[in-house]
Each structure stands twice: as C-alpha cells, then as structure tokens.
Design a protein around this ligand. Structure first.
Ligand code: HEM
Length: 481
C-alpha cells in the first residue's frame, strides 16, 4: 500500500530520552507529583499523543478525546491486552485476576461470570441490606460522636472495606480482620508505577526490586483466601440470608455450572475475589470522600444537596436505597466528582498486539498505552471553568460515564471498560444521601471552607492529602431498627 514510506513510520513526539532509563528520569525528578500530572504537563508540551520509553517499555500516552476515540473505536481489540506486571504475575495468581489478565479466552469467560453473575443490576440490588446495615452502623457511630471532631475519611474507607468484604466473603468473621489489611496492601501495590515493571527481563531488579515482597504478600493472601474457601466448602449447607460472591463463584468450581462456562479452579476463584476487592474499595471510598470534601468547601452546594435529600426522604424519615434513582442533584455531584477527581486517573494500562497507525503515527507492537482520563476531565478545551467543582454543568448535558464520551472516561471504555459501574455507583450514591440526610457538617479546628486544603495525595488513586476532620450535628434521627 501507499503508506510504507519512512515518514509514515514516524513515532509520536516526546521529550529527549536518556540511555538505559529512557524517560524514567522525568518521573524521578518530580517524585512528589503523581504520574497523571507529570504526563499531563508533558502532553501540554509535546501534544496529545506522546511517546515515552519507560526503561525498556515503549509507551504512548493519550490526552485528547479524538485520539482516545480513534483507539477505542478502531483499535479496541488490538489494545485489549494488559501488560504483564510483577504484581499481577506474582500476587494475582499469574495474571488470572480479571483486571490483569491478558486478552484471552480465560479473560472472556471470567468477565462474563463477573458481569452476568456478580455485578448485574439484580445482584447489586440484592446487596442493598448490607449497604444499609453497614452505613447505618457508621451513622450510629457518627451520632454518638455528635459535637466532637471525627476523621470521616478513615471511617468511610473502613466502612467501604467492610461492605465489600461482606459482599465478597460473607458475614463478618475473624477472617475479615486478616483479609482487609492484606488486601489493602495489594490495592496499593497494584496501582503504582513500579520500576521493576520497566525492565521486565532484568533478573537483578526482579530479584531485589520487589519480587520477594510481592511473594511474601502473595503467600499471606493465599493462605487467608484458601482458608476462606475451604471453610465455605465445609459448611456449604449452612443457612444463609444472602448469597455472597464466594457462593456464586463456587457454582463454577470444577464446572458445576455446565458447558456454558469453563470451570474455575480454586486459584481462579481466589484471583476473582482479589479483583473485586481491588477494583471496588478505594475507587468507591475515594469518590465519596472527594464528594463530601467538595460540598464542605462550597456550603451552598451542600445545602442544595441536603435540601434535595431531606425533601425527598422526610416523609419516610430514613434513606431508602430503592428510590435513590430519583436524587437528581446527588447524581450530578457524583458525576462531577468523577470528572474532577477521576479515581483511576490513567485507567489501567493496555498493550497492543500488532503495530498500527494512530493519528498518523506509527505505533509498534507491544506498546504500553495510558489514557490520561484525569487530564481530559479537566482540560479547558472540553470544560468551562474546568478546575471548578460545578455539578450543574451536567444538568442539561447528555454526557455520561459509560465510555462513549471520550473526554469523560472515569470508568474507561471499550472491551476493558470497568464492569463495576452499577455496583460502584450504588456504593457511593446511597451512602452520600445518608450522610447528607441525617447530619449537618462543620469543619473541625475552626477551618473555614475557603481555607480547606484540597491538595491531592501523590498516589495512583487520587485521594485527598488531608483527611476530612469534621464535626457532625445530628439533624434527622436515625431509624431504630
Ligand atoms: C467509582 C468506582 C469505580 C471506578 C472509578 C472504576 C474505574 C475503573 C477503571 C478506570 C478501569 C480501567 C478501564 C479500562 O482499562 O478501560 C476499571 C477496570 C475494572 N474495574 Fe472498576 N471502577 C470502579 C468500581 C469498580 C467496582 C465496584 C468493581 C467490582 C466489583 C470494579 C471492577 C473492575 C474490574 C474487574 C476492572 C478490569 C476490567 C478488565 O480488565 O476487563 N470496579 N475500573
């Protein structure tokens, strides 16, 4: 064909690279900044399709909706693979965790189980009592601290961990106490840039740069999950109010579910439970935390949100999850929070199987792809007053987060789009409504809304650097059930 000339084989632009480390120095030099910011600044300088060499790993970074659209529309299958990272390989059962799995039959099968059996609307609704009970417990604790400062951030994270754990492995047992801290470490480790991943064939780095720690964490995790699994299999016919994820997954163990699905091994089930925990906890709690922070920062918005919830629920006297769908303003707040504080800022990395052309540039096979959803979410070319928190911007807008508006991709897009959107939103919407319905909130230590420090923590998930220190004032009594 006509485009094999050397000019069409041009790589996308990027800064000058150094021997051996390529562009890694750009990250080392700004080690106090999160990668999403460094990559956004590079895009401003070199353009929306950026080429970087991270150690030995060729990488492109996309920061425009047109190029994101081109990739997700025309190269979706080609980019449906994930790079093999140390954490996925060592900790997550040799990349059989869904989020890290290569694009394969195994991925297809386990994604089907996840979307159809675990994260369907019906299943998500079936966990309503768990969410209600755990958040009611939280509200009771908050009410018991009325008038004194509390660390709301910590409590929101703990409550979310409890909910996801109960939904995954059932009623609280002693194992929860072991499970949560190990899973927390796993979530931290799997979100970060790890230097060892940029020299995949370097045995020295692998040996000394993380593999031992990953193995140690893996053994701990495996021991706990194995115990949970065998306990459950031993007590299979115990009385149960709700099926949890483990019950569902065990139906696929050893092909009990029949020919429509491949069977899951014990390791597969353990990997799936890890996936869910990893994908669901921090993303949901950090969104809730940012939403509360933004409302505390702008008391007018807080009042508007509280008015909506209180007008809506005052007849019943409590927040009922089955009708949260009608909370228009709460929905706008969540949309805006996901725009300005995109938790999975760079999505999860992908890698292409075959060489291809994107935006007129040559992309060699096995190039790692980051889509900077966080940067697009605050790009002034797409958003008016892009850095301001304005929920009303979504009022008369058809923009949604289901992967078809490429400047707004908090859940990603295409084949690897987050399968947990419905579940994730349910875990945010209802708790937010409940916190706003029952309590008024005052910043602790005499901090004024203007003085609130909204700095982001330098981590892969965009948490706030400061915790929410607030004083609760009970405004609506808690249900006594
Ligand atoms: C506010 C909440 C959440 C946000 C912002 C979020 C965000 C994301 C993002 C950005 C991706 C990468 C998509 C891509 O590569 O295009 C992803 C993937 C994924 N998420 Fe979520 N997520 C959330 C909640 C959840 C929940 C509740 C679950 C499960 C229980 C979940 C499970 C997963 C899984 C398994 C993947 C990998 C999918 C695959 O590789 O095929 N997420 N999520």
């Amino acid at each position: 064909s006509k485009n094999k000339s050397s000019s069409t084989m041009k790589l996308p632009p990027g800064p000058r690279k150094l021997p051996l480390i390529g562009h890694l120095h750009l990250f080392l030099l700004r080690s106090s900044d999160p990668a999403r910011r460094i990559l956004r600044d590079l895009a401003l300088e070199y353009g929306p399709l950026l080429y970087l060499q991270l150690g030995n790993v060729p990488t492109i970074v996309v920061t425009s909706r047109e190029i994101a659209k081109e990739i997700f529309k025309t190269q979706d299958v080609n980019f449906a693979n994930r790079p093999s990272l140390l954490i996925g390989e060592v900790m997550l059962y040799n990349n059989t965790d869904l989020a890290f799995a290569p694009y394969s039959d195994y991925w297809r099968q386990s994604r089907k189980i996840l979307t159809q059996e675990l994260l369907s609307m019906k299943r998500v609704q079936s966990f309503q009592p768990v969410r209600e009970e755990e958040f009611l417990n939280l509200c009771r604790w908050i009410a018991s601290n009325e008038g004194s400062p509390i660390d709301l951030t910590d409590r929101l994270f703990m409550t979310m961990y409890d909910i996801i754990t109960r939904i995954s492995i059932g009623k609280k047992t002693g194992l929860h106490a072991d499970f949560i801290p190990v899973m927390k470490q796993l979530t931290d480790a799997s979100m970060g840039f790890q230097i060892v991943d940029y020299y995949p064939s370097n045995w020295f780095l692998r040996k000394f740069g993380g593999i031992r720690n990953a193995q140690r964490l893996h053994h701990k995790l495996d021991e706990i999950l194995e115990k949970i699994l065998t306990d459950r299999q031993a007590n299979n016919n115990a009385e149960k109010m709700h099926e949890d994820f483990l019950d569902v997954l065990l139906k696929f163990h050893g092909n009990a579910a029949g020919a429509e699905y491949t069977s899951l091994t014990s390791n597969n089930i353990k990997a799936m439970l890890s996936t869910i925990f990893n994908g669901a906890t921090d993303t949901s709690s950090v969104t809730l935390d940012w939403a509360m922070a933004e409302l505390l920062k702008q008391p007018k918005l807080m009042r508007k949100a509280q008015d909506e919830v209180r007008t809506f629920y005052d007849k019943r006297g409590y927040v009922d999850e089955s009708i949260t769908n009608e909370l228009t303003y709460i929905k706008l707040i969540i949309k805006e929070t996901l725009r300005l504080h995109t938790p999975g800022s760079l999505l999860l990395p992908r890698v292409n199987k075959e060489a291809c052309m994107i935006a007129g540039y040559h992309i060699p096979a096995n190039t790692q792809l980051f889509v900077n959803a966080w940067a697009m979410g605050r790009d002034p070319n797409y958003w008016k007053d892009a850095e301001k928190f304005i929920p009303e911007r979504f009022l008369d807008s058809s923009l949604d987060f289901r992967g078809n508006n490429y400047e707004y991709l908090p859940f990603g897009s295409g084949k690897r789009i987050c399968p947990g959107i419905t579940f994730g939103i349910a875990n945010i919407e209802f708790p937010l409504a409940m916190l706003l319905y029952h309590f008024d909130w005052v910043l602790a230590n005499g901090v004024t809304p203007e003085e609130m420090d909204m700095t982001e923590h330098n981590g892969a998930v965009s948490t706030r650097a400061q915790h929410l220190d607030v004083i609760p004032v009970l405004k609506r009594p808690l249900p006594s059930k």
